[in-house]
Every structure is written in C-alpha cells, then in structure tokens.
Design a protein around this ligand. Structure first.
Ligand code: GLN
Length: 295
C-alpha cells in the first residue's frame, strides 16, 4: 500500500486494514476496518468516505495501526474500543464480561411485550447480569427496578459503571452472589431474567471462534459438560424465588429447547407453572424460555 508524502490517506488505510483483517481470518473485514477507523479517527462511517482523500495524522495513524494489530490477533473489536451497542445504547465492556449479543435483544423484546404493569412495583431480578445490559435496558425502557446479580465482582464493576453512564444507579441494585443463594426463603420476584453461561464443554473445546474462546470470560460461557449446569441450578431454585403469576425469561443455547423443557417439567409439580414456552430467535433457533408460575 502506497503512502502519499509519508502519510496514509483514509481510503488507503481503510483498504490496508480490510486486507490485513481478511488475511487474519476475520469474518467481516470491511465492517471491522470501518468500525476501527471510525473509532480512531472519531468520524462517522459517512465521514470516512466523504474525507477519503484526507491524510491521517501521525498520532491517529499509530493508534489505528496498534488497534489493527490487536484485531488481527482476533481480539474482539468491542474489547479494543471498550464499547458495545445493545438495544441502541452504548455499554462499556472489558474482558471481565461477555460482549452482549444481538440475540439477547429478543429477551428484552419479549419482556416488553407483556402487559404494561405486570412486573411493577417491586424489584425484578436479573441473574448472571455481566455488563448489566438486560437490567439497565429494563430500567430505562420499562421503568423497572432491578437487582442485577453476578458471581463476578469484576463484572459487577463494569455493570456499575454502565449504570452510572445511563443514570440508573437508583433503579439497579448490584448484588454479588452465587445465583439465588443470598435471598431469604420468602424473597420472590414477579420477573426474573437470566443469560447464564450455557456453552457445552465440547463446544468450548472446539466449536468457538478465537474471539470468543481466547478473549471472553470462561465464567460467562462455560455451562459444564452439557452446557446445562447453571440452567439446572436456576430451574431448581425457580419454584422458591418466582412469585405467583411471575415470569422467568432465560436465554438458552440453540439446541437446548427440548432439554430445558424437560428439566422444567420434571422439576415441579404438574400445576406449578401456567405455561412453559420455548421461543425461537429470528434465525429459527431455540433462544429463550419463558416460564409463568400459576397465581
Ligand atoms: N451466545 C453466546 C455465544 O455464542 C453464549 C452466551 C452464554 O453462554 N450465555 O458464545
């Protein structure tokens, strides 16, 4: 790639970045190159093209090339920029938390689709909250008060800073705990959400992209040999912590629908739940389970 008078033109840098990323095996080299430059040069995507002939300053060039090197090592873009978008809000992320996936927006959609005041007043519970995207979006969009719970203190720090960023510190309470073990016998919630780790050992060992397995926290992904270890624990705790008429919305793996349905049916007496629904995502794969407890 030629440099004009020692400096990169934006268009050349874009092309160089895309070709390096493609060589490194990144799935979406052009989009990633654009997002990298948007971040380094503090420009929108449109500006990158409008100013394609402009040259890049030395400091910006160094920054871009350093970021490009990390991305070529397959580090996820969200960890490099420190940010990720979920439900059109920007959230801070770092390697202590899973990068929120677009599929998880389905959980928010389904909660939002329920009757207006179904879950208030009183606190809702978000298990395995990680960066806090579910709890924070529920607080912002549905005006709910939420306990965001995680076993990882580092993850809760990220969640705390996202609460501050979105001004919901007074609506989201952080709790460090192993699932529901911290609650007294009589604590119940009308809404429980969860995106627990659900990746099976086989997938952990061979089925994941380097971005995921080499950089994202194992604690947030590893669901034990069948991927169901945490899901089983949540299902076992559910009869005690779900209030009458309350809902659980839990994300599950693409092939876990039947197993999760079986677990729920076997875990409770026949009339404990009004219904159990496996909900598919827009790609037609199992993605969520909704469980409503009888009144
Ligand atoms: N969906 C994530 C993945 O694709 C896994 C998230 C989880 O285990 N909760 O890796």
């Amino acid at each position: 790639m030629q440099r004009s008078q020692g400096a990169w033109k934006i268009s050349d840098l874009l092309e160089h970045a895309a070709s390096m990323l493609s060589e490194a095996g990144v799935d979406t080299p052009h989009t990633d190159a654009e997002r990298l430059l948007e971040n380094c040069l503090e420009m929108s995507r449109t500006e990158l093209y409008l100013r394609a002939e402009n040259t890049v300053g030395a400091a910006q060039e160094r920054r871009c090339l350093a970021m490009l090197k990390r991305r070529c090592g397959r580090e996820p873009l969200a960890y490099i920029t420190g940010e990720c978008e979920f439900w059109s809000y920007a959230f801070e992320v770092n390697p202590a938390v899973l990068i929120p996936r677009p599929e998880t927006e389905l959980l928010i959609e389904r909660v939002a689709r329920q009757n207006g005041n179904r879950y208030g007043p009183g606190k809702c519970l978000d298990l395995c909250c990680g960066s806090g995207v579910i709890a924070i979006v529920l607080a912002l969009e549905l005006d709910l008060e939420v306990i965001a719970l995680d076993i990882s203190r580092e993850a809760l720090e990220v969640c705390r800073s996202n609460c501050v960023r979105h001004g919901v510190e007074n609506k989201v309470q952080l709790v460090e705990a192993n699932l529901t073990s911290c609650f007294t016998e009589h604590t119940q919630f009308t809404l429980i959400t969860a995106n627990p780790p659900y990746v099976s050992r086989t997938e952990m060992e061979s089925g994941l992209q380097p971005e995921v397995i080499d950089f994202e926290p194992c604690l947030a992904l590893d669901g034990g040999h069948d991927g169901l270890q945490l899901i089983k624990a949540i299902v076992a705790a559910l009869p005690a912590v779900l209030a009458p008429g309350g809902d659980l919305f839990m994300e599950i793996g693409a092939d876990q629908g039947a197993a999760v349905m079986r677990l729920l049916r076997e875990s409770a007496c026949a009339d404990l739940y009004q219904f159990i629904d496996i909900i598919k995502d827009y790609g037609g794969r199992d993605r969520l389970v909704q469980v409503r407890k009888n009144i």
